[in-house]
Design a protein around this ligand. Structure first.
Ligand code: CO
Length: 151
């Protein structure tokens, strides 16, 4: 088990960078994903993107229902509906905001071995995918939030 340090908006320049596609599915990628899952669980998060631990690679880990998933090179290929709900982010401690997101998304990507995967998700699960994929492009939920409050 290895916990990595979470980059916060104190290092916003890093969080704002665009992550690069993964082309090599090697041991270091597996270690990264495993560490990200450990870190997410330790922080009681529902998702974490590689740039949040300072690695600018297109890798996310997240909960989908009660299942933990790793998605490499995720892309939203379909979306529909719209729903506003409360969101927070491990990189922005002490805050939350109301964000409008699609109520359904279909995401394609690869698993940790490079095998193609496709995920269809709705409501909260779709929100988590959108939030984490945004991180890979340097987008934070506060960019999309209608109102942000302290918690
Ligand atoms: Co976040």
């Amino acid at each position: 088990m290895a916990i990595r340090k979470i980059i916060t908006t104190a290092d916003e320049a890093l969080l704002r960078r665009k992550s690069k596609p993964v082309t090599v599915f090697d041991k270091s990628l597996k270690i990264l994903a495993s560490d990200m899952i450990d870190t997410m669980n330790r922080e009681n998060g529902v998702g974490l993107a590689a740039p949040q631990v300072g690695i600018l690679k297109r890798v996310i880990v997240c909960m989908q229902g009660d299942k933990t998933m790793t998605i490499v090179n995720p892309v939203i290929v379909e979306q529909s509906g719209s729903v506003a709900d409360i969101e927070g982010c491990l990189s922005i401690p002490g805050k939350r905001g109301t964000v409008e997101r699609p109520s359904f998304v279909k995401v394609v990507g690869q698993d940790i071995n490079g095998k193609k995967i496709e995920i269809s998700a709705k409501d909260f699960d779709a929100r988590v995918l959108c939030h984490e994929i945004d991180h890979l492009d340097g987008i934070l939920y506060i960019d999309r939030a209608e109102k942000i409050e302290d918690i």
